[in-house]
Design a protein around this ligand. Sequence first.
Ligand code: BGC
Ligand code: ZN
Length: 354
Amino acid sequence: MRALLATPGVAGTARVDDVSEPRAGHRGVLVRPIEVGVCGTDREISAGLFGIAPPGREQLVLGHELLGTVARDAHGFTKGDLVTATVRRSCGRCAACLAGSPDSCDTGDYLERGITGLDGFASELVVEDPENLVLVPASLGRLGVLAEPASICARGLRHAHLIGTRQPWAPTRTLVIGTGAIGMLATFLLRLRGDEVWNAGLSPEGSEMARLIGAIGARYVTGAEVSATALAEEVGGFDLVVEATGDARVMLGTLGLLRRNGVACLLGLDGRAQQVSLAGRVIGHDTVLQNRAIFGSVNAARVDWLAAIEALDRACARWPDALEACVGLRVPLERFDEAFGFAGVKATLALGEP
Ligand code: BGC
Ligand code: ZN
């Protein structure tokens, strides 16, 4: 069967090739991928900057954003069920993993499908343990491919709430920075809650991203016109800032955009070797005197997947066109280059029909 492969650590090795079909064995469920989303992590692996191949191998099957159908009845799943799968697998040793929360793994020895030590989902057939599969409602259809990035947002927002509510907290005004899939889906999730949501990004006013943000009742400001700092001053600061740019300078700057009791949630990644700075008064004075908090969040627990899918389903009913427009490019596996180069919200690799 065909699969999208890369050799982690070596740039420019992404290619479609034949690999042997997986066997379901007595524990697994055979799933036929319909669509696999592509994100910055896949681009980094294909650029040789990230990822680990499974033990004893040089190549890794890419793809961690799965939407598929169950190929054969097994373990309570029925042929034709629409499913997605969580990404991270337990290290088998730490308390978090043993409690079923590898998203909080304490050893760092977790595995991740399509990223770290386990083959991903960008192939014609995959096998997954039933406990890692999550049902996707038929009403969501192909948009179920957004479950993985939405689960990242759902976890960030769940943790932001836990941190915010360590003291009385009633957030109303939120800023999302970034118009990629994470920034966009965070904006959808927050709008569903009824928050006043602002989104700041680099896409120009009048761009497709700006249009989508407006369509769901959030307000878009382009970084070129008004800086997030000026905006924060104008509106009186934000209760919650969700950062999804992957720029360490922007990440640190979120502390200065918060109002009293505000929480900043960092979802982007920036591994560049550099120094970033912040006005001393923001951390040394405002953060303390105003009970502000900043935190990072990665991956997602099963509860976040369930919350994400439920929210996507509601978003799909309320803003069908806007959610549909988030998947701006669907190409067959062989055209993965186009998906990697796509500058819109989300590109996917189409492998089959529901
Ligand atoms: C994935 C996460 C994963 C992270 C780090 C992201 O692209 O969405 O599931 O934990 O990369 O590997
Ligand atoms: Zn990803």
